[in-house]
Design a protein. Structure first.
Length: 182
């Protein structure tokens, strides 16, 4: 297994996140030796759709992508819809693409990437209902358990979490990718 000692991984979410899509990758990156940081539009706590409460470490408006090695965007319809309306969160997410850093996105989290303007010319997967949204934004959509495109790791649903977390850890371990651009 890849060891991520010294790596800092940001998780960007808000209320309504899909609990397992946040917690499984969170536990995986910590288990691999990385430091995980919760970034959200608001401070205090966020609550998942199934009731998991998670402390927020940094407000999106005060977060800087330069301070992290990778980003994870969990899904959840309510979460992704709220995040894609928050300018600071969108700018934070886009920064990882500007810097060529790994990004993991699952389920409805791809809405955030559409809003950030970083999917044109990229290939990724998502929850199937986002396929048309992604194609309209210039992406190629594939129906796969996990897809990796130059440091962009994407998956469809919680059922895909084992494959997603394995590839996420691998890509974070590899570091920057020249093709991971906005």
């Amino acid at each position: 297994m890849t060891h991520l000692s010294g790596k800092r991984v940001a998780f960007l979410a808000t209320d309504g996140f899909e609990d397992s899509e946040l917690m499984d990758p969170w536990e995986a990156v910590i288990g691999a030796g990385a430091e995980a940081t919760m970034v959200a539009p608001q401070l205090d706590t966020i609550t998942g759709k199934n009731g998991h409460v998670h402390d927020v470490d940094v407000r999106a408006a005060e977060a800087a992508s330069e301070r992290f090695d990778a980003l994870v965007l969990p899904g959840g319809v309510v979460n992704a819809d709220a995040i894609r309306l928050d300018r600071a969160s969108i700018g934070f997410a886009r920064g990882f693409f500007d810097e060529g850093k790994p990004v993991g996105v699952i389920c409805h989290g791809a809405w955030i990437l559409i809003e950030a303007g970083v999917v044109d010319g990229r290939t990724l997967t998502s929850y199937p209902s986002l396929a048309t949204d992604l194609r309209n934004a210039g992406a190629s959509w594939v129906d796969e358990e996990v897809h990796v495109d130059q440091g962009l790791v994407s998956s469809r649903t919680p059922d895909d979490l084992p494959a997603f977390t394995a590839k996420l850890i691998e890509e974070i371990g590899e570091g920057r990718h020249a093709g991971q651009t906005a």
